[in-house]
Design a protein around this ligand. Structure first.
Ligand SMILES: Nc1nc2c(ncn2[C@@H]2O[C@H](COP(=O)(O)OP(=O)(O)OP(=O)(O)O)[C@@H](O)[C@H]2O)c(=O)[nH]1
Length: 426
């Protein structure tokens, strides 16, 4: 489970609060320790129902509560009832869970229950709060023709804070997904009017890699082969109907964790570790697509290569670490001033920008403004403030491909270096 950092929160927004209500000192100590390691929420603690009520009334930014089912002054789950009345998503902690209790609590609308069985169960419980927080950014489409089943699934997903959209048949689901790239997960039934689950997955897999869209097929338990067919037809996973709350969320969480991990790996593969901006691999991949689009639409496109002047002497005079700080500062300026275009660090002190929709004159004006900004700024380093400049060469369409654009821009970069550096040539 990933740790949420303050940077995951939109600027200007504070993390909401989480309340942990537990009377056992030992359990509280364990929860406090885990929470301090994995949560960046403001976490409050209460050791009785009375203290918990006071805490709840004292603020209105509760995101979730972890509540012991049996407290000395609320022995029969009264605190859980209270939290749900306050509309606070509630995770129940309990020593032992009987089937009747479990069914009643899940019907009441708790997020989940966790039995106090050891360190792992406490970690699961605290991590679930993080999971809920991130679920708010995940959109799930439920494609199911039975309105009863659809509503049931939708309610379960909303309880776990997912954004949910619904479709009553495969064709509506297809339309919704193609129109909304934010949809991350599709839960689809097999038997649906107009377009069934397999036809829907086939149509989608032409457009979406599995990492982009996680598909979970819903199969009836009567047809044992349907689940395998779902997987063979492109689904990531399947679920037999009817399912329990626990089964449902285990599958969903498994899918979401896998999706996040893959996205993280992809992001690592496409980012430059030093500066955090995109790397050459990403730049080349995206550029090819953008160049093809510009060629087919007959629209302008400019390619620019930038190279820091006398960078070797910065390294030689101040050391490699200071050179790194200069690279980071340059990437930051590029990101801030040209972030709406495709930017990457493509080599040591070499950066590239692709300007789709811009002819070279316009792109050169933008780059020249960045050149002046860099010329006038200083990088704070342990060796003092350092100034630097860069040179840039541009090329534009028409050109056969990215390689030709790169070659032509490289020639212009040499001209810029020959002309005394700190200039933009095209
Ligand atoms: N600090 C640091 N230096 C790097 C990195 N990658 C490459 N370099 C250095 O960048 C320098 C590039 O130097 P040169 O290609 O000679 O170019 P220059 O000194 O910038 O000279 P001109 O381009 O002609 O203005 C070399 O010394 C590389 O070692 C890096 O990640 N960090």
């Amino acid at each position: 489970m990933l740790r949420l950092s303050k940077t995951d929160v939109a600027p200007g927004l504070c993390m909401p609060s989480v309340l942990i209500v537990e009377d056992s000192l030992v359990v509280t100590k364990i929860l406090r320790h885990i929470a301090s390691q994995v949560l960046t929420f403001d976490v409050f603690y209460a050791d009785s129902a009375e203290a918990a009520r006071k805490q709840v009334e004292s603020r209105d930014d509760w995101f979730a509560a972890i509540v012991d089912l049996n407290l000395p002054d609320a022995p029969n789950g009264e605190m859980v009832d209270y939290m749900l009345q306050q509309k606070i998503p509630t995770i129940v902690l309990t020593g032992r869970m009987f089937d009747e209790n479990r069914d009643a609590l899940l019907r009441q609308g708790i997020v989940d229950y966790v039995q106090k069985e050891g360190l792992y169960s406490y970690q699961y419980c605290v991590n679930l709060v993080n999971r809920l927080y991130r679920n708010r950014d995940i959109k799930v489409l439920v494609a199911e023709d039975s309105s009863v089943t659809r509503s049931f699934i939708t309610e379960l997903l909303r309880r776990h804070q997912f954004q949910v959209v619904e479709a009553a048949d495969g064709q509506k689901a297809l339309k919704a997904i193609l129109a909304d790239p934010e949809i991350d997960i599709l839960l689809t039934d097999y038997n649906m009017p107009v377009m069934n689950g397999f036809e829907l997955i086939h149509a989608l897999r032409h457009q979406h890699e599995k990492v982009d869209l996680v598909v979970i097929g819903l199969s009836s338990a009567e047809d044992k082969y349907l689940s395998a067919k779902f997987i063979k037809n492109g689904a990531n996973d399947f679920l037999y109907k009817p399912f329990s709350h626990e089964e449902f969320f285990c599958r969903i969480m498994h899918a979401v964790d896998g999706m996040e991990r893959k996205k993280e790996l992809l992001s690592m593969a496409y980012r430059d570790t030093l500066t955090g901006i995109h790397n050459r691999r990403y730049f080349v991949q995206q550029s090819r697509k953008m160049i093809a689009q510009a060629q087919s639409g007959n629209t302008p496109l400019t390619f620019a290569i930038m190279d820091i002047d006398f960078f070797k002497s910065i390294n030689d005079s101040y050391g490699h670490d200071v050179g790194d700080l200069v690279l980071i500062a340059f990437a930051k300026i590029l990101q801030e001033s040209l972030g709406r275009f495709l930017i990457a660090r493509t080599g040591g002190e070499e950066f590239c920008v692709l300007f789709p929709g811009l002819a070279a004159e316009k792109a050169a004006r933008l780059l020249d403004a960045v050149r002046k900004q860099v010329e006038e700024s200083f990088v704070e380093t342990p060796e003092g403030e350092i100034s630097f400049t860069f040179s840039s060469g541009l090329s534009q369409l028409p050109a056969d491909n990215l390689e030709v654009l790169m070659k032509e821009a490289d020639i212009q970069l040499y001209n810029a270096k020959d002309n005394g550096r700190n200039c933009v040539c095209f």
